[in-house]
Design a protein around this ligand. Structure first.
Ligand code: IPM
Ligand code: MN
Length: 373
């Protein structure tokens, strides 16, 4: 059995952590009888600085031949924030319509959580982040009063700017950004969450802010309620996003599957990462169940550690486990996670987890473990 997988190391520590991850997945393949044919893509800051290219038509054409992409990280000090993130990472998510961003929040055995009196039995849930809509649609503008009077009139009409502010004459500068929720977009994410919950503890929590952003998240809630009606044995709950940050810390054991629009999903999964032991241990999958999906650590490129072989590869290895699951290699996926757990219990960990092991050493160690664990 052969699987073809695309690999994008990207920037900063990206190439090192993906190399470590690949070694582990290859070793899992040896044990479980499959072989991964990797195709490397040179996409990221280096190429952008050299050629001005972010994600090219050809990249897209080539990537579309794969059902899985293994992604490291992007982001580089020499490039203004937003360019690589939007031009590469978000461009891939949107282009391939990876409408689910799946982020397990699970405290592994042997990992320390900052939450007092909580253990692995308390911290084990999944965030299903909608990944193509909301405030990520990129509709917005920054306007300067005098020069863009015409546009300001439109904006004023659309938003019915009130409080006595005459936008044309008073507002020197104005910026706006639109969040979009569609019924179809919300429905496919929410349905995914319910299907997931049906195979777990049968509870779905919607996280939104329908008390203030009542148009977008009012629709979200309506769709949630409609979808829930089709799953009578799944318990449901609505949480506002501000409150959920409190409950993640105080009662993480309440959660099983959390489904949330894009922006809040971004924010609460960094909090989730902390309670499961830090960003070094937080993986994510950008999933299009019938297209090209992409698996990555949720942390960034940490440019200052680039090339030093000190970065923690565990989030990337874990993302690799999700990738294997996606390819249908469930046993291998589970073994990779067990290997991660084993290595932590053995104390074979990198610097950010209090150890001294190199990125490549951790990769090699896990590759050994995954064959037996
Ligand atoms: C993430 C990141 C991205 C996001 C950025 C880098 C565009 O923070 O994957 O959580 O906001 O989705
Ligand atoms: Mn984020």
């Amino acid at each position: 059995m052969q699987h073809r997988v695309a690999a994008i190391g990207g920037d900063g520590i990206g190439p090192e952590i993906v190399a470590a991850g690949r070694e582990v997945l290859d070793a899992a393949g040896e044990r479980y009888g499959f072989d991964i044919a990797w195709t490397e893509f040179d996409i990221g800051a280096e190429r952008y600085l050299k050629t001005g290219e972010l994600l090219t038509e050809e990249d897209i054409r080539e990537l579309s031949k794969f059902s899985a992409i293994y992604f490291g990280a992007i982001g580089d000090d020499r490039v203004k924030p937003g360019i690589l993130e939007k031009g590469i990472l978000l461009a891939i998510r949107f282009h391939f319509d990876q409408f689910i961003n799946l982020r397990p929040i699970k405290l592994l055995d042997g990992v320390a959580t900052p939450l007092a009196n909580k253990g692995p039995e308390d911290i084990d849930f999944v965030v299903v982040r909608e990944n193509t809509e909301d405030f990520y649609v990129g509709i917005g503008s920054r306007l300067t009063g005098k020069r863009e009077k015409k546009t300001l009139e439109v904006v004023r009409d659309i938003y019915n700017v009130r409080f006595g502010l005459d936008v044309e004459t008073d507002a020197e500068e104005l910026a706006y950004q639109i969040g979009v929720v569609t019924r179809a977009g919300a429905e496919r994410a929410i349905r995914y969450a319910f299907d997931l919950a049906a195979a777990r503890e049968k509870k779905v929590t919607s996280v939104d802010k329908a008390n203030v952003l009542s148009d977008v998240y009012g629709l979200w809630r309506d769709v949630f309620t409609d979808v829930a009606a089709g799953y009578p044995d799944v318990k449901t709950e609505f949480n506002f996003v501000d409150a959920v940050t409190m409950w993640f810390v105080k009662n993480p054991e309440w959660f099983d599957v959390v489904v949330t629009p894009n922006m809040f999903g971004d924010i609460i999964t960094d909090l989730g990462a902390m309670i499961q032991g830090g960003l070094g241990l937080a993986p994510g999958g950008n999933i299009n169940p019938s297209g090209t999906s992409m698996f990555e650590p949720i942390h960034g490129s940490a440019p200052k550690y680039r090339g030093q072989d000190v970065a923690n590869p565990l989030a990337t290895v874990w993302a690799g486990s999700m990738l294997l699951d996606h390819l249908g290699e469930h046993e291998a996926a589970a073994a990779v996670l067990r290997a991660i757990e084993r290595s932590i219990l053995d104390g074979y960990v990198p610097r950010d987890m209090g150890g001294a092991k190199k990125t490549s050493e951790v990769g090699r160690y896990l590759a050994g473990l995954v064959k037996t664990v």
